[in-house]
Design a protein around this ligand. Structure first.
Ligand code: FUC
Length: 807
C-alpha cells in the first residue's frame, strides 16, 4: 500500500545531482513505478494489466465480482495462409506501369485493385474469469495497484471491518497466473470462480480444478468491414484450440464444485493457479490437425506450478522480471506533484501541472508492457500487445506493417530489452517465407516482400479481399523492406556477428533483392517504384484527381535507401557478396533523389502535388530521419529543414502512435522542447470509450496508461517510451550523443542502463542540462566517440569494461 505522506517526504529529500543512480530511484520508486486507483475498474481501459509475454490478464478488481479478461498471445482466428492465393496477379503490372507512364492515375488506381489478396486474421479474446464474493455490505478503504518493479497487482479493501487482499502475478518461469486471496479474519473468505468466453467452449469441474476447453474461429472479418453476414466463423474441426485450467489450493474452508463453478466456503486464505495452453504450433501448421497437445501442456504447467508455494513462485517471478526491468533507472529530478490515483494524476497533468514522476512512469510502463507482451518465440506483440477482450478487435489487433508493428519494437534495443526483440526477429524469418511467394506472384520479383498487414500466420500478401480494399492502404508493399531494418538494428546494438551472418544477412539480402528487382527507371533514368503508394495518404493531381497510385513515392524510396545501405554495411562487415554489394551501390546512386517542395517541405510525392489531407497522421516520407538514419541535421541539413517544415505543416494534433513517432522525429531534429511538448500531449487524459472511440478527438492516454489511438493501441506506449531514450541518448556505430534533445524542464536528472549502438550501456547524471558524470559499460568491447555540444571524448573499451568520469 502506498502511504502518500511518507512518499512525499522521501521524494522531497532527493537531490537530483546524486550520482548514486540506483538509490535515487529506490527513493522515488512509489509514484514513478506504481499505478493505483481508489475504486475498481468499470472499463477495459481502467484495468491493471499483467503478462508473462504469452498469457495476459486485465484485472478489474471489483469487490463483489472481480472480472479478469484472459488472453494468450498464440490464440488467433484462422489457420495457415495460402500464399498462392492470387498466383497471376503480377500479370497486371505492365498495364499499371503503362497507365502511369501515360500519367493516367485513375486507371492506375483501378488496375491496382487487381493486386490484392485476402485480409489478415484477428487476435482473439480467450475469455473472462469471474471471482464472485459473498460481501453483503459496502467496502471501505479500497485500493488497487500495479507495481511495475514487481509485475504484481494488488487489491485491498475492508468489509465489516475485515481486510480482504488479493495479489496477482503471471509467472514466465512457471507459465502460470497466480492469485492469492486472504482475509484478516478466520473463515470469512467465501467466493466462487466462473468463466465465460466469446469463443466456443465447454466447462467442467474436476476436484479442485475448473477446466475449460475451447476453440477459436477459423475466420474473422476485420472490424473495419462493418456489418456483414457471418463475420465470425466457427467449425468444430477447424481453428486453434485452447485449454484453461483454474485450480484452487486452500489451507482451510471447504471446496464445493458444481458443473460450471468452483466455490470455496469459510476459508481464510486460498491460492488460484491459472494455466493456459493453445494448440498453435507455428505459422505453417494447421492448429486443428497438426497442433500442439494443449491439454497436456496446460495440465503439466498446472501441476508443476501448483506443487510450489506462493512465495517460491513469487520469488522466481520477481527474479525473472527484475532481470529485465531493473536494467534501466530514470530520474528526472525533484517533483512537487502529489501522489494521486493514476487517472486523477493524468487529469492534473493535462492542466499543465508538473509531474516528472508521471513522465518517468509512462516511460517505465512502456518497458513493463514490452516485457509482459513479447516473450513468445516468433509471436510479436500485436496492436494491443496481448490484451484484447473483443472478438472483432479494432483493426483485427493484428500486425499492421506500415508503422504499428515496427513502432512496437522501437524501444526494444535502446531501452535495454533486446531479448524482447526476439519474437519480432523470429516473426520476420517466418514472413520472409510466405513473402517469397508474395514477391513472385504479386510483383514478379525475387527476394521477399510483405505488405500492409500480417498476422500470426505470417501472411504477407496485399490485403483488400481481392479488390475491395482502398488502394492508399491495401496496396503498399514495403512491409518487408521496413521489417528488415529490425534485423540490422538488433545487430548494431548487440554486435552479435553470428546473428548477423546466419539470421540477419540472408533476410536483409532477400529484402534488398526484392527492392532491386522492383525498381524501374523513370523517363530520366532515375530508379523509382512503379506502382507505389505512400501509406494511407492521397495526392491531388494538377487536374484535380485524388489518387493513391503513382511512381517514385518518397517513402518507398526512403525505405529502399535505408535497406540498401544496411545490406551494404552488413555485407562489408561479413566480407561477403561483393558483386551484389556493387549492384546495390549502383542502384543507390541512381535512386530518384529527395525533392524539396514549393512550401519548403520534404515532398511526399514524385511531383510537387497537394495532399488530400495535409495534416494526415502518417508521415512515412520522413522515414529517413526516424526510424531511418540517412537524414539528420548534421549530415543533410537541407533535408532536415524540409522534414521540420513538413512536421510544422502537419501540426501537432494527431493519434497516439503518430504522436509517438513525431516525438522521435523531433528528438532526431534535436529539438527537445518540441519533443517534450508532444510527449505531454501523448499523456493527455482520454476517458475510456471502448471500440466506439473516434480518432477525430486526437490521441492520448487512458486511465490505465494504455495509449489511446483512440481506441486502445499499444504502439503509442512503445513509441513514446522509445522517444524518451531518443531525447537522452542517440547513437550510431561510430558515436554516442549524450542528451541530444533534452527539454528545458528536464534540466537536472540521471539515467542508467540505456543502450547505445556498439553494445554500450550508458549512464549520465546531468545538471543545468549539461552532463556532469558519465559511466560507459562496454558489453562486447569496441570504440566509440562520446559527444555533447562541441565537446567530445574518444573511448576504446575491452569486453566487459566500465569507465566512469566527470564530463
Ligand atoms: C493504420 C493506421 C491507423 C491504425 C491502424 C492499425 O491503418 O492508419 O491509424 O493505426 O493502422
Amino acid at each position: 500500500m502506498i502511504k502518500p505522506f511518507a512518499y512525499l517526504l522521501k521524494t522531497a529529500s532527493v537531490l537530483p545531482v546524486l550520482f548514486s543512480l540506483v538509490s535515487v530511484n529506490l527513493l522515488s520508486s512509489q509514484s514513478a513505478h506504481t499505478l493505483w486507483f481508489d475504486r475498481p475498474a468499470e472499463h477495459f481501459e481502467e484495468t491493471l494489466v499483467l503478462g508473462n509475454g504469452k498469457a495476459g490478464a486485465s484485472i478489474f478488481g471489483g469487490v463483489a465480482t472481480d472480472s479478469i479478461y484472459l488472453n494468450d498471445a498464440t490464440l488467433w482466428s484462422g489457420e495457415p495462409v495460402d500464399p498462392y492465393m492470387n498466383p497471376e496477379a503480377y500479370k497486371n503490372l505492365p498495364a499499371i506501369r503503362e497507365a502511369l507512364k501515360n500519367e493516367n492515375y485513375k486507371l492506375a488506381d483501378s488496375l491496382q485493385s487487381k493486386l490484392q489478396g485476402s485480409f489478415s486474421q484477428s487476435y482473439m479474446p480467450l475469455g473472462t474469469v469471474y471471482l464472485n464474493f459473498e460481501h453483503k455490505n459496502q467496502p471501505q478503504s479500497y485500493h488497487r495497484q500495479l507495481e511495475l518493479e514487481k509485475a504484481l497487482s494488488t487489491v485491498t479493501y475492508k468489509v465489516d471491518g475485515i481486510t480482504f487482499t488479493r495479489e496477482y502475478f503471471i509467472s514466465h518461469t512457471d507459465q502460470a497466473m497466480v492469485i492469492r486471496l486472504k482475509s484478516s479474519k478466520k473463515a470469512t473468505l467465501n467466493f466462487n470462480i466462473g468463466f465465460n468466453s466469446l469463443l466456443k467452449y465447454e466447462l467442467a469441474t474436476n476436484g479442485p480444478t475448473l477446466e475449460v476447453n475451447g476453440y477459436a474461429p477459423y475466420h474473422v472479418e476485420p472490424s473495419y468491414r462493418g456489418k456483414m453476414p457471418n463475420p465470425v466463423q466457427f467449425d468444430p474441426n477447424r481453428g486453434t484450440r485452447f485449454t484453461t485450467l483454474f485450480k484452487i489450493k486452500h489451507t482451510d474452508g471447504k471446496l464445493v464444485g458444481t458443473d460450471h463453478t468452483l466455490a470455496l466456503k469459510d476459508a481464510t486464505e486460498a491460492i488460484i493457479y491459472v494455466s493456459i495452453a493453445t494448440s498453435f504450433n507455428g505459422f505453417d501448421k494447421n492448429p486443428a490437425t497438426e497442433g500442439l497437445d494443449h491439454k497436456a501442456m496446460a495440465s503439466s504447467q498446472l501441476s508443476k506450478a501448483s506443487s510450489k508455494p506462493f512465495d517460491t513462485l513469487f520469488e522466481a517471478h520477481l527474479k525473472d522480471h527484475q532481470k529485465y526491468f531493473n536494467r534501466v533507472h530514470l530520474n528526472l529530478g525533484k517533483t512537487t506533484a502529489e501522489d494521486l490515483p493514476t487517472d486523477e494524476r493524468l487529469k492534473r497533468y493535462a492542466k499543465g501541472e508538473e509531474d516528472k514522476n508521471l513522465e518517468v512512469l509512462y516511460f517505465q510502463y512502456g518497458r513493463y508492457l514490452l516485457i509482459s507482451s513479447s516473450r513468445t518465440p516468433n509471436v510479436p506483440a500485436n496492436l494491443q500487445g496481448i490484451w484484447n477482450p473483443y472478438i472483432r478487435p479494432p483493426w483485427s489487433s493484428n500486425y499492421t506493417l506500415n508503422i504499428n508493428a515496427e513502432e512496437n519494437y522501437w524501444l526494444a534495443e535502446n531501452a535495454n530489452l533486446s531479448e524482447m526483440h526476439q519474437p519480432m526477429l523470429g516473426f520476420i524469418e517466418n514472413i520472409a517465407q510466405t513473402g517469397k511467394i508474395t514477391a513472385k506472384t504479386f510483383y514478379g520479383a525475387g527476394g521477399w516482400a510483405a505488405c500492409h498487414n500480417s498476422d500470426i500466420w505470417a501472411m504477407s500478401n496485399p490485403v483488400g479481399d481481392f479488390g475491395q480494399g482502398g488502394i492508399n492502404w491495401a496496396n503498399w508493399n514495403m512491409g518487408g523492406t521496413w521489417l528488415s531494418s529490425h534485423l540490422w538494428e538488433h545487430y548494431t546494438f548487440s554486435q552479435d556477428s553470428d546473428f548477423l551472418k546466419n539470421r540477419a544477412y540472408p533476410l536483409l539480402k532477400g529484402a534488398a533483392e526484392f527492392c532491386l528487382e522492383w525498381l524501374v527507371e523513370d523517363k530520366d533514368g532515375n530508379l523509382v517504384t512503379s506502382p507505389g503508394t505512400s501509406p494511407e495518404n492521397k495526392f491531388i493531381t494538377p487536374d484535380g484527381y485524388q489518387g493513391a497510385t503513382l511512381y517514385g513515392s518518397t517513402s518507398d524510396l526512403a525505405m529502399i535507401r535505408e535497406c540498401f545501405q544496411q545490406t551494404i554495411a552488413a555485407s562489408e562487415i561479413l566480407k561477403t557478396d561483393a558483386a551484389f554489394r556493387t549492384q546495390l551501390e549502383k542502384a543507390l546512386a541512381k535512386l530518384y533523389p529527395y525533392q524539396v517542395g514549393k512550401k519548403g517541405n520534404l515532398q511526399e510525392w514524385y511531383h510537387d502535388w497537394e495532399d488530400v489531407d495535409p495534416k494526415h497522421r502518417h508521415q512515412s516520407h520522413l522515414y529517413g530521419l526516424y526510424p531511418g538514419h540517412h537524414i539528420s541535421p548534421e549530415k543533410t541539413p537541407e533535408l532536415a529543414d524540409a522534414t521540420r517544415t513538413t512536421l510544422n505543416i502537419k501540426g501537432d494534433e494527431t493519434t497516439g502512435w503518430s504522436k509517438g513517432w513525431r516525438i522521435n522525429l523531433w528528438a532526431r531534429l534535436l529539438d527537445g522542447n518540441r519533443a517534450y511538448k508532444q510527449y505531454r500531449e501523448l499523456l493527455r487524459y482520454v476517458a475510456p470509450d471502448g471500440v466506439r472511440a473516434s480518432y477525430e478527438k486526437g490521441g492520448g492516454t487512458y486511465p490505465n496508461l494504455f495509449d489511446a489511438h483512440p481506441p486502445f493501441q499499444i504502439d503509442g506506449n512503445f513509441g513514446g517510451a522509445a522517444a524518451v531514450v531518443e531525447m537522452l541518448v542517440q547513437s550510431s556505430l561510430q558515436e554516442i550523443r549524450l542528451l541530444p534533445a533534452l527539454p528545458d524542464v528536464w534540466a537536472n536528472g540521471s539515467v542508467e542502463g540505456l543502450k547505445a549502438r556498439g553494445n554500450f550501456e550508458v549512464a549520465i547524471t546531468w545538471n543545468n542540462k549539461v552532463p556532469t558524470k558519465v559511466k560507459i559499460h562496454s558489453v562486447t568491447g569496441g570504440s566509440t566517440v562520446l559527444k555533447h555540444g562541441t565537446k567530445q571524448k574518444e573511448l576504446t573499451l575491452k569486453p566487459n569494461e566500465t569507465v566512469e568520469f566527470n564530463w
